[in-house]
Design a protein around this ligand. Structure first.
Ligand code: BV8
Length: 261
């Protein structure tokens, strides 16, 4: 079922509310789209301004960093600035509320902006790392304290190697433990919500399909169609900032009614 984008408060199909009311285990899987209403550009939006001439796939790789570490470090510094000015939006906050309504909830994100944590979500499974973290390019470990204001990129205080953003680049393996936890949750989910993702970046994009194959009720939230749309039980066509709060309101009403009955 595909629901059209409706400017008024979106009507959530009863099958979605019923599935959530009956669910033991719910997984929310998010992509850049959930942060779009916070003013954080999505990955496939045209790059703005000075970065317009680069595509993320060109910059978000170890090869790009080896070729031009200063350019890549400065692109991430620019994006860190955008994220620092951004605030969680009603979509992020709705997932905090949803976690309180279901017996077992897991939040898996492809995003690196940390907005879920700033909204109050706990135990967020970050598949692609976090833009506010910094790693040593040589040792591959997180570096907390380093001198800024000198060379760009700054140097590792231990080994003198270049520092890099603590994100997972294209052609890099995802953190094994995070990916395994995410796959385990997807396999066991009763309801799997796929929110704000173009569903094209693997292996993360596999998760909604794994959930579907293991019997989960799959709900997509996206203004656009994606490769998941045809497989989802319900595809809600609109912005997560209004659809997710509507889902939580509907679930809270249904739970109150079943308690009252
Ligand atoms: C790897 C961090 C191997 C960096 C990112 C098959 C299997 C395995 C790998 C591959 C494979 N096929 C191809 C690959 C290679 C590659 C890949 O998938 N390429 C794609 C482009 C085809 N995958 C990799 O390289 C991965 N690594 O597999 O390594 C390996 C294994 C072992 C040992 C060594 C190597 C690594 C992938 C991770 C890359 N890092 N980010 C950074 O941020 O700079 S990925 C990047 O894309 C972001 O993290 C982003 O989250 C992710 C996915 O994008 P989305 O989140 O979906 O965002 P996007 O902009 O695309 O879409 C936004 C959506 O939101 C849209 O649909 C839009 O309609 C919607 N939207 C807009 N507004 C709203 C909204 N929705 C709701 N509400 C709104 N208001």
């Amino acid at each position: 079922m595909v629901m059209d984008d409706d400017a008024r408060a979106p009507e959530i199909p009863s099958e979605v509310i019923d599935a959530l009311r009956r669910a033991e285990r719910v997984v929310a899987f998010t992509g850049a789209g959930i942060s779009q209403e916070s003013g954080v550009p999505t990955f496939r939006d045209a790059q703005s301004g000075l970065w317009a001439r680069f595509s993320p796939e060109e910059l978000a790789t170890p090869e790009a960093f080896r070729r031009n570490p200063k350019l890549v470090w400065e692109w991430y510094a620019y994006r860190r600035g955008l994220v620092a000015q951004a605030e969680p939006n009603p979509g992020h906050r709705a997932l905090v509320d949803l976690a309180r309504c279901v017996p077992e909830f897991a939040l898996v994100t492809q995003n690196v902006d940390g907005l879920h944590q700033r909204a109050g979500s706990r135990d967020v499974i970050e598949l692609h790392g976090n833009i506010t973290a910094t790693k040593c390019f040589e040792e591959g470990v997180i570096v907390e304290d380093y001198a800024e204001g000198g060379a760009v990129p700054p140097r590792c205080p231990r080994c003198g190697g270049l520092l890099r953003p603590g994100v997972v680049w294209f052609h890099e393996a995802l953190p094994a433990e995070a990916l395994e936890r995410a796959l385990d949750r997807a396999r066991r989910a009763d309801v799997f919500l796929s929110i704000g993702t173009s569903t094209v970046v693997y292996p993360a994009a596999e998760l909604p399909f794994v959930a579907r194959e293991h019997g989960a009720f799959v709900v997509e939230v996206n203004p656009q169609r994606t490769p998941l749309t045809a497989k989802a039980h319900c595809s809600l066509r609109g912005p997560s900032g209004s659809i997710l709060p509507a889902i939580v309101r509907g679930l809270e009403r249904a739970l109150a009614e079943s308690r009252g009955s």
